[in-house]
Design a protein around this ligand. Structure first.
Ligand code: NAI
Length: 334
């Protein structure tokens, strides 16, 4: 007869055999994100890659007594990136430079586009079946970059590519709870569109707070759209959101793993290859997504929205289309 502890250990390793790779694990997001993944019992093999610092982070995390092996990899080792990606189930990409005060996410394109392109090429080669979760900004353009690279290598699976927009979702819950003096854990706001400024559309009309006066509502929408600027300003040149982003990234990764594992009704908003506005030339759009064993199982439409939100959506689509095209052209016209 197995002891309770032994049974638990057995069941944990049997049910949750997932390998997860973080590319950019030594950075401001990468480190706390890796910590949260080390604490996730669904993860049994955690691979950390960065140009610098990955071994230190891996050694540090490896002392935490959870059921996973952690290994660090750098480009100095032969096939470091390849080994980090080998047979992995989920790849998270927070590699790249963050914003400084006065910068928009789009200003990061010139540096981050090539970082993400090169990492996507490595994913295509070493982990073509993995779910890829893109955190590096500008997400509206970096996700199309990954898609184009995977397409060019013949391994693109639209069900397995995600732009992580969860930070907008958790900010929306927090900010609305501050306005309405409620428990943020009970607030659920669907955020659709993209992940930058006016492309972020929190659907407040679908929450229980429909009666907010216009001034309060406009201020709340603006804070959700530009909440990242508060952190960039407060950090005063030392980067953008890292800790709240790590929490958001770990939450979304956990949802993807839960879907892969066959858990039912796992629904999260994400920026994905979406049929919703393709006829208008918008190939990617964030909306609620049902996650399952194959990745994206179903993409939900935005649903019934207010006339004000219709206006926000129209403006979002204009910008989003340009951001997506910029990413796609970066790869196809190189
Ligand atoms: P950071 O500068 O602290 O860390 C980035 C890490 O990426 C560094 O350790 C760097 O060595 C590594 N790196 C750079 N090029 C690499 C390569 N080719 N291969 C592997 N690693 C590489 O930056 P931070 O604050 O962690 O932000 C990372 C990215 O995440 C930025 O682009 C930022 O804009 C974005 N971000 C995204 C959010 C979202 O909601 N999706 C929220 C906040 C930030």
């Amino acid at each position: 007869m197995l002891s309770r502890v032994a049974r638990r250990a057995f069941s944990t390793s049997r049910i949750n055999p997932y390998k997860v790779t973080v590319l950019g694990a030594g950075g401001g997001i990468g480190q706390p994100l890796s910590l949260l993944l080390k604490l996730n019992h669904k993860v049994t093999d955690l691979r950390l890659y960065d140009l610098k610092g990955a071994h230190g982070v891996a050694a540090d995390l490896s002392h935490i007594p959870t059921n996973s092996v952690v290994k660090g990899f750098t480009p100095e080792e032969k096939d470091g990136l390849k080994q980090a990606l080998d047979k992995t189930d989920v790849v998270l990409i927070p590699a790249g430079v963050p914003r400084k005060p006065g910068m928009t996410r789009d200003d990061l394109f010139s540096i981050n586009a090539s970082i993400v392109r090169d990492l996507a090429a490595a994913v295509a080669e070493s982990a073509p079946e993995a779910a890829v979760l893109v955190i590096s900004n500008p997400v509206n353009s970096t996700v199309p970059i990954v898609a184009e690279v995977l397409k060019s290598k013949g391994v693109y699976n639209p069900k397995k590519l995600f732009g992580v927009t969860t930070l907008d979702v958790i900010r929306a819950s927090r900010f609305i709870s501050q306005v309405e003096n409620t428990d943020p854990t009970t607030e659920h706001v669907t955020v659709v569109g993209g992940h930058s400024g006016i492309t972020i559309i929190p659907l407040l009309s679908q929450t229980k707070h429909k009666m907010l006066d216009k001034e309060t509502r406009d201020a709340l929408i603006h804070r959700i759209q530009f909440g990242g600027d508060e952190v960039v300003k407060a950090k005063n040149g030392a980067g953008s959101a890292t800790l709240s982003m790590a929490q958001a990234g770990a939450k979304f990764a956990n949802a993807v793993l839960a879907g892969l594992e066959g858990e039912r009704d796992v629904i999260q908003p994400s920026f994905v290859d979406s049929p919703l506005y393709k006829s208008e030339g918008i190939d990617f759009f964030a909306s609620k997504v049902l996650l399952g064993p194959q990745g994206v199982e179903k993409i939900f439409p935005v649903g019934e929205i207010s006339s004000e939100e219709e206006e926000l959506l129209a403006k979002c689509k204009e910008t989003l289309k340009k951001n997506i095209e910029k990413g796609e052209k970066f790869v196809t016209q190189a």
